[in-house]
Design a protein around this ligand. Sequence first.
Ligand SMILES: CC(C)(COP(=O)(O)OP(=O)(O)OC[C@H]1O[C@@H](n2cnc3c(N)ncnc32)[C@H](O)[C@@H]1OP(=O)(O)O)[C@@H](O)C(=O)NCCC(=O)NCCS
Length: 179
Amino acid sequence: MTVADDVRLEGELVLLRPRVDEDLELFARWHGNPDVRHWLHMSEMPEQTLEIERQRWQIARNDPTRISFVIETLAGEPIGNIVLIGVDAAHRRAELGIAIGEKGDWGRGYGTDAIRVILRFAFEVLKLRRIELITDADNERGIRAYEKCGFVCEGVLRAKRLRYGKPLDMLIMAVLSED
Ligand SMILES: CC(C)(COP(=O)(O)OP(=O)(O)OC[C@H]1O[C@@H](n2cnc3c(N)ncnc32)[C@H](O)[C@@H]1OP(=O)(O)O)[C@@H](O)C(=O)NCCC(=O)NCCS
């Protein structure tokens, strides 16, 4: 799904703008950081290259159910990305993905603010009803940020993924528009 290139969603700490082709190297750098990959499904994938990132983006940018934003500080510094995946107009729901790629910016409130901004967009502009996400069960920073935004844990997905070859539980969390 595309949103107009000039869409800007502003929060208290961050601004969201649509991801563009020119962001490729930024994403390759973020996803190339093992500390960031640790928390993503990418922990099991071969080392990140610009070519792999390009292929991923080719698929993502042509997916009509995906809306990808870059998270910038209000000073205009790109620090990560946030995305709605599987936007389903029939059931009015989507899945949320987020990564602050600049590790030094973790724990500074940017993630929480970006999520609040995209939820407002999802509920008020897209008229969605339910946003869900899955997260590693030991991602305490992420879980805390999601709870602050109204997400509620709905269950444990046992041994949902592998991290460095070891099975890892994940949580499914969701927030409804009426929450
Ligand atoms: C998860 C992520 C998006 C959260 O964004 P963030 O900007 O770091 O989070 P925030 O600063 O908005 O909020 C984090 C909260 O967790 C708390 N926190 C930080 N580290 C923590 C820890 N180790 N244990 C428990 N809580 C922690 C913070 O104090 C804050 O809560 P508070 O406001 O009540 O004090 C970001 O850290 C990130 O991208 N991490 C790497 C990739 C990732 O995990 N992606 C999500 C995959 S599901």
